[in-house]
Write a protein that binds this ligand. Structure first.
Ligand SMILES: [Zn+2]
Length: 139
């Protein structure tokens, strides 16, 4: 068994790669985490465009948990996310604070689902903005 300290779910968006990498490197679990990159980060877990997208996202998280037993699962969403903007669930081009608020609403729903499925794990939710600012969303 290879145990990871965390499983991180982030978006594919290259515009936030530097800020995301810097943030991840700064965390106490930086030397030991699984990384799942999905367009939209948390989106497919809570409001997938197609049911199969949601199934795949949950499958990937389930595999990380089964194979590497992380105690912590971290979601990293970001401003102006095209994954969320596909159908206007969170429109593109919002100001930072409004964008964070919309992500918080989605992540709050997600947290409920996560705790139902994995009551013994810890979950954290972050939002990265265009200036590289990282804020933990306390949902
Ligand atoms: Zn994105």
């Amino acid at each position: 068994m290879h145990k990871a300290k965390a499983c991180v779910i982030g978006c594919i968006d290259f515009r936030f790669r530097g800020a995301t990498d810097n943030f991840l490197k700064s965390e106490s679990w930086a030397d030991s985490y699984d990384l799942i990159s999905i367009a939209g980060s948390s989106r497919d877990f809570i409001k997938p465009m197609k049911e199969t997208h949601g199934d795949y996202a949950w499958l990937q998280l389930g595999l990380s948990i089964k194979l590497h037993e992380p105690d912590l699962v971290v979601f990293v969403d970001h401003q102006d996310c095209g994954g969320y903007a596909q159908d206007g669930t969170i429109p593109g081009g919002l100001e930072r604070d409004e964008d964070r608020e919309k992500h918080s609403e989605m992540l709050e729903q997600l947290k409920g689902k996560l705790l139902e499925k994995y009551p013994n794990l810890l979950f954290r939710f972050y939002h990265i903005d265009f200036d590289g600012g990282v804020k933990e969303l306390l949902v």
